[in-house]
Design a protein around this ligand. Structure first.
Ligand code: 13P
Length: 342
């Protein structure tokens, strides 16, 4: 492992004012998104949509440090024959790859899942590296529900798997994004989210230690601490920022170069406001930024709606969201900037 190379890439992924575009929806997930827009999910449509994002010049060169790709996309060529990986690197951004193979039911833990994909991972990482990937992503999913959910078994098994993935990535010269996502779908309050997120992150860093993962060569992708969607409760932006930071400070060593949040079902503007409030508190031991999927893509996707005549407007929408999140990553976003753009 060349730790100084890994550290350089990790630092670039979370460079001040820049964050990550998660464009790694599986074929099934992107089909669901396209279905709501009435767009057929063909290989060409998926390519055209993602090429449109990667060719958004300002966003990609100023605000987006890296892009998480799906297996199909890392192998695809733009309409003019340029590999999409090259389109991304020419814009000044880093290509990354989702390497987990999704979730399966976890035995003996009703309603809980384990993320699979360790078998053959070393060989897949070597291939992805040859295709240009500088970093990888693996997402574990921890639900909060009635009864014993999440179970200790589910948390322990998932964080162990994430740590084994991270160790393999570093051994193959690829920076791992470690993503133990506590879902915001339940009816729990913000304090329950706080409690579960804290336990997940404590155990996550213990497992990373046992697997000898170099913290300087990874990026953490956690959820923010928010009330469950079905709770009907709303927390203020300040409360989310304060509780999220309290948990992170208690669990994440300062040697981790950066934390890049997932959006997890928050609206575009909520995800931006929360990130901004966290950075406004300031004086943090890590760079704190975004690694958003839905919160970066919802607006451009809808504007595009599969029509080539909408490409310029969709690129403006993507550029705007990326610019807003870049300001939030510096703690310099203002709500009126959104209203002016509307
Ligand atoms: P969301 O921001 O839509 O949660 O997606 C981020 C991601 O990469 C989930 O794994």
């Amino acid at each position: 492992m060349n730790l100084s190379e890994l550290n350089k890439v990790a630092e670039a992924m979370v460079a001040p004012g820049r964050g990550i575009l998660a464009a790694d929806e599986s074929t099934g997930t992107i089909k669901k998104r396209f279905d709501t827009l009435g767009v057929e999910s063909t290989e060409d449509n998926r390519r055209d949509y993602r090429e449109m994002l990667f060719r958004t010049k300002d966003a990609m060169s100023k605000y987006i440090s890296g892009v998480i790709l799906y297996d199909e996309t890392i192998r695809q060529k733009a309409k003019d024959g340029t590999p999409l990986v090259q389109v991304i690197t020419q814009a000044g951004s880093l290509p990354g790859i989702k390497v987990d193979k999704g979730t399966k039911p976890l035995p003996n833990c009703p309603g809980e899942v384990i993320t699979e994909g360790l078998d053959g991972l070393r060989e897949r990482l070597a291939e992805y590296r040859s295709l240009g990937a500088k970093f990888a992503k693996w997402r574990a999913v921890i639900d909060i529900a009635a009864g014993p959910v999440p179970s200790y078994t589910c948390i322990r098994t998932n964080v162990h798997t994430l740590a084994r993935y991270a160790a393999l990535c570093q051994d193959e010269g690829i920076v791992p994004i470690v993503e133990p996502e506590v879902l915001m779908d339940g009816d729990h309050d913000i304090d329950r989210c706080c409690q579960v997120t804290e336990m997940v992150l404590k155990l996550q860093f213990e497992e990373l230690y046992f697997q000898r993962v170099a913290l300087e060569g990874m990026v953490l992708k956690p959820n923010m601490v928010v009330p469950g969607k079905k709770s009907g409760k709303k927390a203020s932006v300040e409360e989310v920022a304060e509780k999220t930071l309290r948990v992170l400070k208690a669990c994440v060593p300062a040697s981790v170069p950066g934390i890049a949040f997932l959006s997890g079902g928050q609206s575009d503007e909520e995800a931006t406001a929360h990130l901004d409030a966290i950075n406004r508190i300031g004086d943090l031991p890590w760079n704190v930024t975004f690694s958003y999927g839905r919160a970066l893509q919802a607006a451009p996707q809808k504007t595009w709606s599969g029509k080539s005549e909408n490409v310029a407007a969709a690129q403006r929408a993507f550029n705007h969201r990326a610019a807003m999140n870049s300001l939030a990553a510096r703690g310099e976003w203002k709500a009126d900037l959104e209203r002016k753009a509307a």
